[in-house]
Design a protein around this ligand. Structure first.
Ligand SMILES: NC(=O)c1ccc[n+]([C@@H]2O[C@H](COP(=O)([O-])OP(=O)(O)OC[C@H]3O[C@@H](n4cnc5c(N)ncnc54)[C@H](O)[C@@H]3O)[C@@H](O)[C@H]2O)c1
Length: 329
């Protein structure tokens, strides 16, 4: 049993991670300012919770008393497009917020600091397949701020005894994403149009390529990271299924999974900072986490639409978080 802090634990990936860690009998503290955009907000009742902002060092200091041994740092302004409407918030949350957490980590007897970075740090790369040695060249505000987070971890924690693992997460999807928010997550955005019975509006080319990874697989890798003896002291790993699809094929699969007919697709101009290809070979991940299996696109979208089809089309999805329906404890 470990004492684990999950920043962003009320968000999409965070809520799943917290649930899984609780099932493994760990003690959890969630730190979150509830500005969640990617997921439907969910605070697991079996955790301690601090409502706080990472940008505020005084809020961050409140964590110290609880003495976490491991930190999963997921809290972030998590959407590429939103960073353009409020770059200051993006930079402060993802950059300065991560710095504040690193400063606190050094004062704790911390064993492991695990950070969910993003594929966005690579930017649009001419290489077809990204790997961990691909040069960092973000071409979006969000990609810059997520990399600033990585740099602060490197600068502040590399020389300490704290083990650090940076997982560069690729497009993740699954039940619990906020279908009312149309600025984050390709699968969620396109599925949202289908859910609402509207034509799918695609901002940008149908030839863009993305790896998409099912939420359970992302969370399983995050959990295995804690006690993975294969990981060196400071490790950077791409977290992706390597299941790549063009936007065109992705939409075809979404429509198939939704079982709806006659859905129109409208292509409009792309959003700033959108990249052409995000695809990795995930060789390093499979070497360090042997036996890792990934959900196929068809299986993942089936589970996703089983959930979506159970939702009424409502503005506030807070009562429809997937964990509210099932009794886990
Ligand atoms: N979902 C994806 O496809 C994806 C892909 C790549 C990387 N990531 C990364 O994974 C992490 C989780 O993403 P998600 O999809 O769950 O997003 P999310 O928006 O659902 O969750 C992020 C959580 O962080 C909290 N938060 C934001 N700023 C904060 C601040 N300043 N102080 C305290 N809490 C704050 C929000 O309230 C929210 O609950 C993020 O770090 C994101 O950059 C996600």
């Amino acid at each position: 049993m470990s004492k684990i802090l999950v920043t962003g634990g009320a968000g999409f990936i965070g809520a799943y991670l917290v649930k899984k860690l609780l099932e493994k009998k760990h003690k959890i503290l969630i730190f979150d300012n509830l500005s969640t955009i990617g997921g439907i907000k969910y605070i697991n009742k079996n955790c301690k919770f601090i409502k706080g902002n990472l940008e505020n060092p005084n809020d961050v200091k409140k964590i110290a008393k609880w003495k976490p041994e491991i930190i999963f740092h997921l809290a972030a302004q998590s959407a590429g497009e939103s960073a353009y409407s409020n770059p200051k918030n993006d930079y402060l949350s993802n950059g300065f917020g991560t710095y504040n957490l690193c400063v606190l980590a050094k004062k704790l007897n911390l064993k492991h600091f695990i950070y969910t970075s993003s594929v966005a740090v690579y930017g649009s790369n001419p290489e077809k397949k990204i790997n961990e040695k691909t040069p960092i060249k973000p071409d979006s505000i969000y990609g810059v701020s997520k990399y600033v987070g990585e740099m602060f971890i490197d600068q502040e924690l590399k020389k300490t005894k704290i083990k650090t693992t940076v997982l560069r997460v690729f497009n993740t999807y699954g039940p619990g994403e906020n279908l009312n928010f149309l600025k984050k997550g390709m699968v969620s955005i396109y599925s949202s149009y289908v859910w609402r019975g509207k034509p799918i509006i695609v901002k940008g080319s149908l030839d863009r390529v993305r790896d998409i990874t099912y939420i359970d697989d992302v969370v399983s890798v995050l959990c295995k990271t804690m006690h993975n003896k294969r990981l060196k002291k400071n490790e950077v790993i791409n977290l992706s299924s390597s299941n790549s699809l063009t936007v065109k094929t992705l939409i075809k699969e979404i429509i198939l999974a939704s079982k709806k007919k006659n859905i129109k697709i409208v292509v409009t101009k792309s959003t700033p900072g959108d990249s052409k290809i995000f695809h990795t070979n995930n060789r390093k991940l499979l070497k360090l986490y042997p036996g890792t299996k990934f959900t196929t696109i068809k299986e993942g979208l089936k589970k996703y639409f089983d959930w979506i089809n159970s939702l009424p089309v409502v503005k506030n999805l807070e009562n429809y978080h997937p964990f509210k329906k099932v009794k886990f404890y």
